[in-house]
Design a protein around this ligand. Structure first.
Ligand code: ATP
Ligand code: ZN
Length: 210
């Protein structure tokens, strides 16, 4: 049978847990930080190490058959992939946060305000659903410093403990989405026997953790 490819994050918040999950599934591979591809010696699988932002499109286009990535990234890239399994790690929430001392008391108060984010697609859909018209300012990082610099009135960013918000004088204001790492697959592999075998192994690892 054809060797499968699974894309995981090369480095960052999801890398370690993704590697650990695959190793716990009994897969033998070298976790070289320098290489892009690592073959698995005891299963017809290759591991691709990529930036998380690239994973949904690689899976959609079939360059990788499977991927492990945060739901937030999938929603933001608006790809057509199959959700195969929630993985229980990488949990976080995408939240709108506002400066501690401000006059924003309800969602409606965000009308006409500038919100800085790296998630313009998800934020745009949320605001539309709520009937709010804000000025979405897309920036590529360090979103949390933007209100302090006078670049925005609020932010929309990923939060896990809230520590980063606090140290920048911000407080959570509204929940936009909650997210965790998920296993995704390209549309063509849903019924592949090897994929089913891998999903079963993942499910037993997750059950053993409960
Ligand atoms: P890359 O270099 O691969 O592009 P990145 O900097 O975009 O990495 P990370 O910060 O490593 O991404 O986060 C990867 C994923 O971890 C996020 O997309 C999200 O799903 C999850 N995550 C969990 N908690 C947090 C958090 N507190 N802040 C940001 N992301 C979090
Ligand atoms: Zn990224």
């Amino acid at each position: 049978m054809k060797t499968l490819k699974i894309a995981i994050q090369k480095s960052g918040r999801l890398n370690e847990k993704s590697v650990e999950l695959l190793k716990n599934c009994g897969l033998n591979f070298e976790n070289y930080k320098s290489s892009l591809i690592s073959p698995v010696s005891n299963f017809p699988l290759e591991i691709l190490f990529l930036r998380d932002d690239d994973i949904p499109e690689y899976v959609q286009d079939g360059i990788a058959d499977l991927g492990i990535v945060g739901e937030n990234v999938i929603q933001e890239t608006e790809v057509e992939v199959s959700y195969l399994q929630r993985l229980g790690f990488g949990k976080c929430s995408l939240k709108i946060a506002v400066p501690n001392n401000n006059d924003i008391a309800s969602l409606a108060d965000l009308n006409g305000k500038a919100i800085a984010t790296t998630y313009p697609v998800i934020l745009g859909k949320f605001l539309k659903k709520e009937g709010i018209q804000s000025d979405i300012r897309t920036i590529s990082g360090s979103v949390e410093i933007s209100p302090g610099l006078g670049l925005s009135d609020a932010i929309c960013d990923l939060v896990s403990t809230g520590g980063t918000l606090k140290s920048n004088g911000l407080k959570p204001f509204a929940d936009v989405m909650s997210s965790e790492a998920v296993l995704i697959g390209s549309k063509s592999v849903e019924n592949n026997d090897l994929v089913q075998e891998l999903i079963q192994r993942i499910q037993s690892v997750l059950r053993a953790k409960e």
